[in-house]
Design a binder for this molecule. Structure first.
Ligand code: ATP
Ligand code: MG
Length: 355
C-alpha cells in the first residue's frame, strides 16, 4: 500500500490530520470487523461506526466512558462491549492477557523499540532513547529546548536501525503554532540527511483548541496503521487546557478532560506500539525558597500518566536534562546543546554527566 504523507513546504503549509485520516480510512489493512464480535449485530455496529468507532481495536482503545458518551448508550452496555472487544483482541494476540507471567512481560519488554535523540548524553539518560509503547514527557521553561527536541526526533525516527532510528514516520500535533518545516530541513541537512525525504516522513496536525486536540488524538489509531507511524509528538499537551479552563471553578473539569486525553494517548502507545512524546510547560511555585522553583503544569493527572518525565532547563549556553520520574531509570542529569543538528552533545563533552 502506498503510504499517504503530508508534503510540507517552506510556506508552513499545515495539514489537518483529521482530513488525511478521512482520506486514508478506506485503506486500513487491519480492520477487525465490529460485527465479528459476539452480540454485535449490524445495528450496533452501524451505530458505533456512525460515532467514529470503526474497528474492534478502536473500541478497546477508547474505553467504556468515551464509548458511552459518543453513542449515548448507558455505561453498562458500553463496558460490556469494550470488554468483549478486549477479549477478542487477546484471543487473536493483539493485546496481552489480563494476567501475564513476569517472564512473558520480560519478553514483551524486549520488543520495546528505542528512538535515538541524536544526542549521546540524552540517549544515555533514557537508557538508549525514547521508548515505544510508552509516554515520555519533557517539561521545562520557555526556550529550554522542548520544541527543538521534538523536531529532532521527527528526523531521527526516520533513520535506519543501525543509526538508532526505526525507519518510520512521525505525527506532530502542534498546539502552539511552533512547528516549522524549515527547521526539519535544517536538522536533516545538519545530520547529512535528505531534507525532502525527511519532510515526507512527517505529518502535522494543527490543533486549534482542546476539543480539536482530542478529536485528532482519537483519530490517531487509524492513521498510525496506514502510515507506518512510530512516533507521535504532542507539543504541547497541556497549553489549550491551561488557556481554556481558567479559575478554580473549572479545575475539576479541566483535570477530567486532561486525564481522558492522556489515557487515550497511553492506550494508543500500547495498542499500536508507538512512542508518544509530549511537552509541558512549568508553573512557578513562589513558595519554594531553595532549589528550582518550577514544576510541571497539569498536576497529578499528567504526572501519573507519563511513563517517563524529563525536566529541561537552561544553564548558560548549555541545556540540562534531568530524569525526574521513571519506573527504572535512576534520577540524574546530563548536558546537551541546541545547534544546527537540533539537540546535540556539547563540544568536547565525552562523559557528559553533570555532577
Ligand atoms: N537553528 C538553531 N540553532 C541553534 N539554536 C536554535 C536554533 N533554532 C532555535 N534555537 C534555539 O532554541 C531555543 C528555543 O527552544 P525551543 O523552541 O525548543 O523552546 P521550548 O522549550 O519549546 O520553549 P516554549 O516553552 O516557549 O515552547 C532558543 O534559545 C533558540 O535560540
Ligand atoms: Mg516549544
Amino acid at each position: 500500500m502506498k503510504p499517504v504523507t503530508a508534503k510540507l513546504n517552506n510556506t508552513s503549509k499545515r495539514v489537518n490530520i483529521a482530513h488525511l485520516i478521512h482520506l486514508t480510512r478506506k485503506m486500513s489493512e487491519e480492520e477487525i470487523d465490529l460485527e465479528s464480535l459476539e452480540g454485535v449485530g449490524s445495528v450496533t455496529a452501524q451505530k458505533l461506526k456512525d460515532s467514529g468507532v470503526r474497528s474492534v481495536l478502536d473500541l478497546a482503545v477508547r474505553g467504556p466512558s468515551e464509548v458511552a458518551e459518543i453513542t449515548g448508550w448507558d455505561l453498562r452496555k458500553a463496558t460490556d462491549l469494550c470488554n468483549t472487544a478486549r477479549i477478542k483482541l487477546v484471543e487473536i494476540g493483539r493485546l496481552e492477557k489480563d494476567f501475564v507471567s513476569a517472564t512473558d512481560l520480560y519478553k514483551k519488554r524486549q520488543s520495546v523499540e528505542r528512538i535515538t535523540t541524536g544526542c549521546k548524553n540524552l540517549d544515555d539518560l533514557l537508557a538508549g532513547g525514547i521508548e515505544t509503547q510508552a509516554i515520555t514527557e519533557f517539561y521545562g521553561e520557555f526556550g529550554s529546548g522542548k520544541t527543538q527536541l521534538c523536531h529532532t526526533l521527527c528526523v531521527t525516527v526516520q533513520t535506519p536501525h543501525d543509526q538508532g532510528g526505526l525507519e518510520a514516520n512521525a505525527v506532530y500535533i502542534d498546539t502552539e503554532n511552533t512547528f516549522r518545516p524549515e527547521r526539519l530541513v535544517g536538522i536533516a541537512e545538519g545530520r547529512g540527511l535528505d531534507p525532502d525525504t525527511t519532510l515526507k516522513g512527517v505529518t502535522v496536525g494543527k490543533a486549534y483548541n482542546s476539543a480539536h486536540q482530542e478529536l485528532i488524538i482519537s483519530e490517531l489509531g487509524e492513521y498510525i496503521k496506514s502510515n507506518r507511524i512510530k512516533l507521535v509528538i504532542v507539543d504541547s499537551a497541556v497549553a489549550h487546557y491551561r488557556a481554556e479552563f481558567l479559575g478554580r471553578g473549572t479545575l475539576a473539569e479541566r483535570q477530567q478532560r486532561l486525564n481522558r486525553m492522556l489515557h487515550l494517548l497511553l492506550r494508543t502507545a500500547e495498542a499500536h506500539s508507538v512512542a508518544i512524546v509530549f511537552t509541558n510547560q512549568v508553573q512557578s511555585t513562589p513558595d519554594v525558597f531553595f532549589g528550582d522553583p518550577s514544576k510541571p503544569t497539569g498536576g497529578h493527572v499528567v504526572g501519573h500518566t507519563s511513563t517517563y518525565r524529563i525536566y529541561l532547563r537552561k544553564a548558560g549556553k548549555n541545556r540540562v536534562a534531568r530524569m525526574v520520574d521513571s519506573p527504572y531509570h535512576p534520577e540524574r542529569e546530563v548536558l546537551f546543546v541546541l545547534n544546527e543538528k537540533g539537540v546535540d552533545d556539547p563540544p568536547q563533552e565525552t562523559a557528559g554527566r553533570k555532577k
